[in-house]
Design a binder for this molecule. Sequence first.
Ligand SMILES: [Zn+2]
Ligand SMILES: [Zn+2]
Length: 204
Amino acid sequence: MSGPEALGFAANLYRLPAPGGYFLVDAGLPWEARRLLRRLPGPPKLLFLTHHHLDHSGGARALWECFGIPVLAHPSEWPYLTGQRPRPPLPVPLLGGWLANLAPPLPKAALQPVEEGDEVLGWRVVALPGHTLGQVGLLREGVLVAGDALRGRGLPPRFINEDHALAQKTVRKILDLGVERIHIGHGRPLSRDEVEALARRLGV
Ligand SMILES: [Zn+2]
Ligand SMILES: [Zn+2]
């Protein structure tokens, strides 16, 4: 394994190579956790969460309980991860608020903060705000794991972005980082050309 390896769950989760093993980016839905645990070749070194949404962080508690590994996330996401603040409702009539908050909360002791510029096992943390305010990705040698900063060939829909204008600016930031290949939470990887086309369409 030399680059990110996608594990297809409700969202793409990623195994990233690290010295002497691997670590995991995102943890899937809470009810996917058992299947995820079966698919892992052994204990990951740590769990890195791109953002607090249920399809990315829902399995974090199960992973932490199973392996006792630290869970890295930007501090802006912590109140949702620990249950201190409810996650915004999912776009499902009536049940949206309930569904969004089905993840068992993480104790604060499980969490470690990450910020722009930190290094995680050879990868550099980059802030990718907009979809959520504390969304972070990982960059190494022109390869970016970007969470939901991009979705398909575009942006996630406006109504699930915490700050849509900021999400648009983040597209420009991704290009300014010199990224060549972008692994995203939903869909196949994007090339730089595809992100450039999107930036032109958005006028950023
Ligand atoms: Zn999301
Ligand atoms: Zn997602």
